[in-house]
Ligand binder design. Structure first.
Ligand SMILES: [Zn+2]
Length: 331
């Protein structure tokens, strides 16, 4: 029992759980400490402290504190046993994670049978078959996922709950290139990039998890952070294996605390240099947040209008990108 509880808590860090329930810290105390309004009492001044390293909270307002289980118990007003059951249901969706594995494998198989998908990858500068395989990149042609998964015994309700199909039974990722987002080996989400006119980005309606491929990137003391998975893919292809991605410019607290795990870490932010300045603004905001938690942040300037992906697609080499890294401005 005690062992099960420990595993439960390891699988869902307290901070990530709070964020899933829309807790927003106002400021960070020390590197691993986050402060915000207390979800457990009517709080007007932030008095709820979360220590991400110890996985504990304490509120100076109502005096309550403890671990994830204690928080859930207080938050939902449950008995201890009810809390454990709730967390187990929420955190061990075994059929769901198997389902995501099946879906990803199906998409991966489809990729090589769909010339339009391969052409799209080539257009985005991705041509190394070993890397495409390693990242588990797939393609959703649309129209046949539901039949395939139903044949494997998955219920319509589970498919619907997962967000893989719509109420009408249509493939939610239709005509998208798929990247599985894994954490500690398990697929937490799928990212789908439209190859047609549909809105470019899509994730399943669940946590996007931590930073992309953090298990392999976290060993580096210098990390490159990009906005999108196609940026990451071309950088990996060019040998920059210290690249990670938050899928967007807004990092969750869990992702920030991953960067902060190593105090001496340097982060090179290489977001899009777009016309509306969103990427530039995002870079500066993030750089300031990182500096606030003690991390050296550098902003990488790419030629105007480029993101790392388009930069490589238009012929830049690893040496060109290294030049950009060397010229990056430290904040
Ligand atoms: Zn409180």
């Amino acid at each position: 029992m005690a062992e099960n509880l420990e595993r439960l808590k390891q699988r869902m860090p307290l901070l990530e759980y709070l964020q899933r329930h829309n807790w927003k810290p106002c400021r960070a105390g020390t590197r691993q400490e986050f402060v915000g309004l207390c979800p457990l009492h009517q709080d007007t001044r932030p008095s709820f402290y979360v220590n991400a390293a110890k996985n504990l909270f304490y509120c100076h307002g109502c005096g309550r504190g403890g671990d994830l289980i204690r928080f859930v118990q207080l938050f939902f007003d449950l008995t201890f046993q009810q809390t454990v059951t709730l967390l187990q249901q929420e955190l061990s969706p075994a059929p769901l994670s198997r389902l995501l594995e099946e879906a990803a494998a199906f998409y991966q198989f489809q990729l090589h049978r769909r010339p339009e998908a391969i052409r799209y990858l080539e257009r985005r500068g991705l041509h190394d078959p070993a890397l495409i395989e390693e990242m588990g990149i797939g393609y959703a042609p649309g129209g046949n996922l539901r039949r395939h998964l139903a044949a494997l015994g998955y219920s319509f309700d589970l498919l619907l709950d997962s967000g893989l199909i719509s109420r009408q039974g249509r493939d939610a990722f239709c005509h998208r290139v798929i990247f599985p987002c894994r954490q500690v080996g398990q697929i937490l989400n799928l990212y789908g990039r439209s190859i047609g006119a549909a809105f470019p980005h899509r994730l399943l309606p669940r946590s996007k998890g931590g930073l992309f491929a953090w298990e392999s990137v976290s060993v580096f003391s210098t990390v490159i952070l990009v906005e999108g998975l196609f940026d990451l893919a071309v950088l990996w292809q060019a040998g920059f294996r210290n690249t990670t991605c938050a899928i967007g410019t807004q990092l969750t607290l869990a992702q920030l605390s991953q960067l902060a795990e190593q105090p001496s870490r340097s982060v090179y932010i290489a977001f899009d240099q777009d016309d509306n300045q969103a990427g530039q603004k995002g870079s500066h905001q993030l750089a300031h947040r990182l500096r606030g938690i003690g991390i050296r942040a550098h902003i990488v300037q790419l030629p105007h209008g480029h993101d790392p992906n388009s930069y490589f697609v238009t012929g830049a080499t690893a040496a060109d990108f290294t030049d950009c890294l060397e010229r990056a401005q430290q904040l």
